[in-house]
Design a protein around this ligand. Structure first.
Ligand code: GTP
Ligand code: MG
Length: 339
């Protein structure tokens, strides 16, 4: 249902030209042919990496070219090979030829490599054409062009973070603040009727996916409200972000809201309720009574859960929350990615 898709252009390096040259030495009147071959062009190679979970980095960078081979030189020197270009892509990416629709490769495991465009062969230098009867060849070949093609990349998005909470808690507003997703937002419960996914860019190239699902109310597991059917969309996330409206306008007690949602999660699945969770006091700009916030914070601390205060309206606490989410779901950026 949620597919990230992008079209990119790849071009492997052209081969270098073969050289036309003759040996010129003192006291050797007719030196033989000595033109070296051109170097091979570099390949464009895709490498599946765990450090990426969306195709967002391709949108900023839709062209990938490998280096061309150097031309051959005199004294039978072969031109240097062009460097290959390694392009990281998330595990789960499927590559199609955009022109023919042909499936080129399906990346299923990290470290999986596949050459999507082969570098051109280098041209032969004139030295290669010498025979006993043809000692001063002037033939030499141009390098061969590297492959070029337009690819369509497809990735089924899996959410890393699931937003849970009461209807109207501000889940959709938060996802619209931190990603390009633009779900419907309104001041009434059950505005969101279907899950939305948003791609959040953390530091640099790293991204993660947040799922906004319809709100839960007491008795959701009995079918009240929209029920718990949408919880299946966040069963495979690595982190639940539990939004609790701490403004007065909810007319409810934040601590009670938190417990109600926990009960509903647990009655859907114990594993879901036991997932790593962060607690978010939402709409902090509209919280007149600080006791509502501190009571929620105390509860989070008691349960050993990280606690954040945010306002999607003023932006307060949003950066810290994004960093906290990224830390919880992304592997540490210790190993530099092959670029
Ligand atoms: N003052 C204030 N209002 C907010 C904030 N975030 C959301 N709201 C308002 O709260 C209302 C509900 O926001 P939504 O984002 O639609 O809430 P939701 O959790 O997605 O609701 P459902 O889709 O019904 O489950 C809207 O009127 C928002 O404008 C905030 O940080 N501060
Ligand atoms: Mg919503």
């Amino acid at each position: 249902m949620f597919i990230d898709e992008v079209k990119i252009y790849v071009k492997a390096g052209d081969g270098g030209n073969g050289c036309l040259a003759f040996r010129r030495e003192k006291f050797v009147p007719h030196g033989g042919p000595s033109g070296g071959d051109g170097g091979r062009g570099g390949d464009v190679i895709f490498v599946a990496s765990q450090h990426y979970n969306t195709l967002l980095h391709f949108r900023f960078n839709p062209e990938h070219k490998a280096e061309r081979g150097r031309h051959g030189e005199g004294s039978n020197r072969t031109g240097r090979e062009g460097e290959s270009k390694e392009v990281p892509t998330p595990v789960g990416t499927i590559i199609y030829d955009a022109a023919t629709g042909e499936l080129i490769h399906d990346f299923t495991t990290a470290g999986d490599r596949f050459t999507v465009a082969r570098g051109g062969k280098g041209g032969k230098g004139n030295a290669r054409y010498a025979t006993s009867t043809h000692q001063t060849p002037t033939e030499h070949e141009d390098g061969f062009p590297g492959e070029a093609r337009t690819l369509r990349l497809e990735l089924k998005l899996l959410a890393d973070v699931g937003l849970v909470g009461f209807p109207n808690a501000g889940k959709s507003t938060l996802i619209s603040r931190i990603s390009a997703a633009r779900p419907k937002i309104a001041d009434y419960p059950f505005t969101t009727l279907e899950p939305n996914l948003g791609v959040v860019s953390a530091d640099g190239d790293r991204t993660f996916v947040v799922a906004d699902i319809p709100g839960l109310i007491e008795g959701a597991h009995l079918g009240h409200g929209l029920g718990v059917q949408f919880l299946k969309h966040i069963e495979r996330t690595r982190l639940l972000a539990h939004l609790v409206d701490v403004s007065e306008s909810s007319g409810r007690d934040p601590v009670h809201d938190f417990e109600v949602v926990m009960t509903e999660l647990a009655s859907f699945s114990e594993q879901l309720a036991a997932k790593p969770m962060i607690v978010i006091a939402a709409k902090i700009d509209a919280a007149q009574d600080p006791k509502r916030v501190t009571a929620l914070k105390r509860l989070a601390t008691k349960r050993g859960l990280p606690f954040y205060k945010i306002s999607s309206v003023t932006g307060e606490g949003i950066d810290a929350l994004k960093r906290g989410m990224a830390e919880a779901v992304l592997p540490p950026p210790a190993v530099p990615d092959p670029a």
